[in-house]
Design a protein around this ligand. Sequence first.
Ligand code: ADP
Ligand code: MG
Length: 393
Amino acid sequence: MNILIQKFGGTSLSTNEKREKVIEKIISAKNNGFLPVVVVSAIGRKGDPYSTDTLLSLIDRDTKGEEKDLIMCCGEIISSVVLSKALSLKNISSKVLTGGQAGIITNNNFGNADIIKVNPENILDTLSKGVIPIVTGFQGSTENNEFTTIGRGGSDTTATVLGEALKAHSIEIYTDVDGIMTADPKIVNEAKVIKNISYNEVYQLADHGAKVIHPEAVSYARKGNIPIYIKNASTNSKGTLISSEEIYIPNHPITGITHVPNRTQICIRLDKEYNNSNSIFDILKEKNISIDLINIFPMYKAFTVNDNFSDIVEEILKSKNYKFTLIKNCSKVSLIGNGMKGIPGIMAKILNSLDENNIEVLQTADSHMTIWCLIKNDDTNKAINILHEKFNL
Ligand code: ADP
Ligand code: MG
């Protein structure tokens, strides 16, 4: 079967006019000989009537996980039924399937459930009748038929996990930009669409803040080697093709720049090398606080945590009499590119460019395809624009 997964994000479904565009994409897939399997997000964004955030605002904070997931599943159910109705007005028959009905089985970690298997029979059965399955994104079901949600950005994951399970020809993710870009176009006006990019680079971009696709979604497609196209739902632009092909452009070490805001940097100085100086990491682990940008020396340790945890970490360090400095409101800027492997001078170029513009770098780290710089939140947009220009993105 020539299956094409088509996922439509919340902004792409927010008005009748936009839903008409979505229907055009579905019809065009059919006309091109594909069997479309449609995945939808909840309509709109925060503040819009049926968005997930709006639904969540109707309940209080201590609502238990099962019930919270039930209300969080409503947004996708609403948008799928609205789309199905709009398709039927064009004499296209479709059938709404909840995550569970689509065969997405998860554990019972409500709010952030893990997918344990996919039983695609129901989708295949629907397709065999010439009916288009419209699957509610972001959700699954436990073996006991309880609704679960699979975490933020989860509709992207629904699309790719189905793509893998159904051995789809490809996965199209429709959103409000023309594809994966060299930087967030909301930050860099000159950001350009990247025509071809590897799973590995996109995974890095997504994992370090570019919300255009969810990192877990990239992993499923990579596992099944299913190509992903990121496209604009309201234009006919070609978009970005994500595949296993690693592309190297001469003299172009950086593919894209992204960032994660609101990090707190913690630097611990030790007067003497005491044996239990690593106990701070055990305590953070116990408290489920994840850390990154970790630099360890015998007498010095640095790392970052989300700003939400800075007060807790400060308390712990004080109670242990550590000497430390703590800087809140930092931003982790990531420069990502396959082409940086073995090319000398990239870090120097980054540091010089930032220094020339009086942007203080608090910490750096690097791996084979990513360089991270910790700077202040307030410097982020300026830094990304400068680096975007310096590296000719
Ligand atoms: P959807 O509702 O369709 O899932 P998202 O808001 O999750 O849409 O993702 C699209 C947004 O991702 C864009 O509006 C854009 O501002 C942002 N974005 C961040 N980094 C990038 C990037 N490198 N390329 C494209 N878009 C990006
Ligand atoms: Mg999204």
